[in-house]
Design a protein around this ligand. Structure first.
Ligand SMILES: C[S@@+](CC[C@H](N)C(=O)[O-])C[C@H]1O[C@@H](n2cnc3c(N)ncnc32)[C@H](O)[C@@H]1O
Length: 237
């Protein structure tokens, strides 16, 4: 039996007091079972804003927005954001605690985006934070093809926090942890989701007609030793 990620994310606790700590734990931003320090959010927001060169006139989408914690922080840097997620529980928290007049949260499966209409004809930027592990080489190309259609020429998509197969041993860093991974993987129950190779990410981008470059996460990030980022661009016409 493989992990049903949709069910996993739908089963996250439904209501929160709105504290950053609870929100971090709800979307799995934990270390040794505890929410990571809130400064990690500040770091992440600054890094994304800089990497995507966000500006106040931009139309943005957040793919796999979860409970909206990061969506809300980044919404102040753009004109508006549409956040998509398939977890009703997380979207409920987003609408209750992390809403703003320039954010709209929508139910959507990232593997079936063709039916989603956007508020205006093109989007300037998209980001996806710690989500791509729930997709794989059979489903990511479809999402990227949709992005290729909706991004404006020169538009950019940052896929942030992708488990990097080349550095998997930094995560499973003891023999005991490694054996647990081997066993889980054999049973199709890898806890992290899909560990990506750069070749598979590049193939998916090429299939969709997007350019790709890999970005090393700042070393202060708690995930920097085992995740990688990919910045995809739609070539200007
Ligand atoms: C680790 S959480 C990250 C949430 C948010 N991006 C953040 O960084 O706080 C992963 C999110 O991806 C969403 N997700 C995973 N696969 C998805 C899919 N196929 N369609 C829509 N949402 C998806 C989950 O529901 C969950 O909210």
């Amino acid at each position: 039996m493989t992990i049903d990620w949709q069910n996993y994310w739908a089963s996250r606790p439904q209501s929160l007091d709105g504290s950053i700590e609870e929100a971090l734990a709800q979307v799995g931003k934990t270390r040794f079972g505890k929410p990571v320090p809130p400064e990690q959010v500040t770091l992440l927001v600054e890094y994304i804003a800089e990497t995507l060169r966000l500006s106040p006139d931009m139309a943005a989408v957040d793919l796999g927005c979860g409970n909206g914690l990061i969506t809300h922080a980044l919404a102040t840097r753009v004109d508006h954001v549409v956040g998509f997620d398939y977890s009703p529980a997380l979207l409920e928290t987003a609408r209750k605690h992390f809403n703003a007049s320039n954010i709209s949260y929508r139910t959507g499966d990232l593997t079936q985006m063709e039916s989603q209409a956007l508020p205006r004809s093109g989007i300037d930027v998209a980001w996806s934070i710690e989500v791509i592990q729930n997709l794989d080489p059979t489903t990511l190309p479809n999402l990227l093809s949709w992005l290729e259609k909706v991004l404006v020429p020169g538009g950019r998509f940052l896929a942030s926090g992708i488990p990097d197969i080349d550095r998997i041993r930094n995560f499973y860093n003891t023999e005991e942890r490694w054996q647990m991974h081997v066993e889980n993987a054999r049973e199709g129950r890898e806890q992290m989701g899909h560990w990506w190779s750069k070749d598979d990410l590049s193939d998916a981008a090429e299939t969709a007609g997007l350019q790709i470059e890999f970005v090393t996460l700042p070393e202060q990030f708690y995930t920097a030793s085992y995740r990688v980022d990919a910045l995809l661009s739609k070539v200007s016409a």
